[in-house]
Design a protein around this ligand. Structure first.
Ligand SMILES: N[C@@H](CCC(=O)N[C@@H](CS)C(=O)NCC(=O)O)C(=O)O
Length: 213
């Protein structure tokens, strides 16, 4: 039995997993879950994901949820395939882990709220709350100041090469860059160059192509 992803090509969390699979050059089947109709909350789907969200990964008899845990699993299990997203040296891996934690705990809380207000709400016919945007824009700017300093010293967040630490950011940055928040990236030359670099990767472009079908 091959790899199966239950998700939606427009979901940033699903895209994290699809981006990892693409970097690893792994074949998979994407089972589309219709989030608009609430398919993720059906009894059948709750058996795969107890919180009723996407993505879910099935690899043989292993079933996983949480996109970052799935990406970690793929990076470790298929370490010798495609792009090496982790490092076997414990110190180098620790630095990658610092930045995967920063993504989850500092970057994403701001980025996902901004994406909800600026990207998702217009799609689902709701009005953007500008006060919420302003609040999280300020917080994201503070986070990106730290990234600017880091990326002035290191080509990628986790070190000299592209790793999971960079990859996990790609879906949210892809959406943010298409919104007015792009100015926060443009104002920081190293962040701007890094974002352009990770968005141009052929593996990410494969994920983008799935949104156009
Ligand atoms: N921390 C989770 C977040 C998953 C998540 O928020 N999924 C969204 C799509 S990006 C979802 O399923 N939304 C529908 C819902 O919550 O009902 C992960 O990284 O997998």
């Amino acid at each position: 039995m091959g790899i199966k992803v239950h998700g939606n090509p427009f979901s940033a969390a699903t895209q994290r997993v699809l981006g990892t699979l693409a970097e690893k050059g792994l074949e998979y089947e994407l089972v589309i879950i219709d989030l608009g109709s609430g398919q993720q909350k059906t009894e059948a789907f709750l058996k795969l994901h107890p919180f009723g969200q996407v993505p879910v990964l099935e690899d043989g008899d292993l079933k996983l949820f949480e996109s970052r845990a799935i990406s970690q699993y793929l990076a470790h299990t298929y370490a010798d395939k495609g792009t090496p997203l982790i490092n076997h040296d414990p110190k180098k891996m620790a630095i990658i882990s610092v930045w995967t934690e920063v993504e989850a705990l500092r970057f994403d809380p701001e980025a996902s709220k901004l994406n909800y207000e600026l990207v998702i709400k217009p799609i689902i016919g709701q009005t953007t709350n500008e006060a919420i945007v302003e609040q999280h824009e300020g917080k994201l700017a503070e986070v990106l100041d730290v990234y600017e300093t880091r990326l002035a010293q290191s080509k990628y967040l986790g070190g000299d090469s592209f790793t999971l630490a960079d990859l996990l950011h790609t879906p949210a940055i892809n959406y943010l860059i298409g919104s007015k928040i792009k100015t926060l990236f443009d104002a920081r030359p190293h962040v701007s160059a890094w974002s352009a670099d990770i968005l141009a990767r052929p593996a990410w472009q494969k994920v983008v192509a799935l949104m156009k079908h």
